[in-house]
Design a protein around this ligand. Structure first.
Ligand SMILES: C[S@@+](CC[C@H](N)C(=O)[O-])C[C@H]1O[C@@H](n2cnc3c(N)ncnc32)[C@H](O)[C@@H]1O
Length: 224
């Protein structure tokens, strides 16, 4: 990959940029941390964001930024943080805000804690997202609930967390993996079913994440 002398970047939504690199349009966030988090390329402070590794990057590339309206000081409840790949980019976007990062795998949490030592706006929480009451003492009301967990009851888990933590007018971004809900029914049928299981929320949009992620949809909803 050639690194251009001067980088021309377009901010498509606050904190998210499109760059032209080697004739390709690439997504990026900005970070003051010079160290890569997961081996990503950093060019002039822009961290390239791979849509094949992050469903949020896939959504933003496909929608040209539609689906994410986060202020720099926003608070985010992130369910299914894993080792922090996407969390790190959300942390760049809400540089003056907070990311509450929930993950139930102790092994992933070990890497996530290392990331949190370098990034003070991520709060790691080792917990089951299906039991949102377990982290009530740690989490404030948030502007966005972001969920990326491969569970059978994904919409139910999202609804429970939104009921407890999402501010009115706040948004949910649910990265629905239909094969985790039902391996036999068609992905479209699962999607229609899961729409009905989103309780207390108004669905705004549904975008499939092809060609980056098979049988995944980004469901965007608002708390009325
Ligand atoms: C697809 S990975 C998340 C990838 C991550 N969002 C990213 O883009 O960097 C799903 C993660 O959700 C976690 N997970 C699954 N069910 C969970 C639950 N009920 N509570 C908390 N974490 C859960 C898994 O351990 C796994 O790390």
């Amino acid at each position: 990959m050639n690194v251009p002398d001067s980088i021309s970047a377009q901010e498509i939504v606050p904190g998210v940029f499109m760059l032209e690199v080697d004739g390709l349009t690439r997504l990026a966030t900005r970070s003051t941390d010079p160290a890569p988090v997961y081996g990503e390329r950093i060019m002039g402070g822009y961290r390239l964001w791979d849509p094949f590794r992050s469903k949020l990057a896939a959504l933003l590339l496909k929608s040209k930024g539609q689906g994410l309206r986060l202020k720099r000081d926003a608070k985010v409840l992130y369910l299914g943080a894993a080792t922090g790949t996407t969390v790190s980019h959300v942390s760049d976007i809400v540089a003056d805000g907070l990311v509450y990062a929930v993950e139930f795998s102790p092994r992933s949490m070990r890497d996530l804690i290392r990331l949190c030592e370098r990034r003070k706006n991520i709060i790691p929480i080792l917990a089951d997202a299906a039991r949102p009451e377990a982290y009530a003492a740690l989490v404030e009301p948030v502007d966005l609930v972001y969920q990326d967990i491969a569970q059978r009851n994904q919409a139910e888990i999202a609804s429970l967390n939104c009921a407890r933590y999402l501010l009115f007018d706040g948004e949910l971004l649910l990265m629905l993996k239909t094969r985790s809900v039902d391996t036999i029914a068609s992905p479209e049928a699962v999607l229609q079913r899961e729409k009905k299981n989103l309780l207390g929320l108004d669905l705004i949009d549904v975008i499939d994440l092809l060609p980056f992620h098979q049988d995944h949809w980004a469901m965007q909803a608002k708390k009325p």
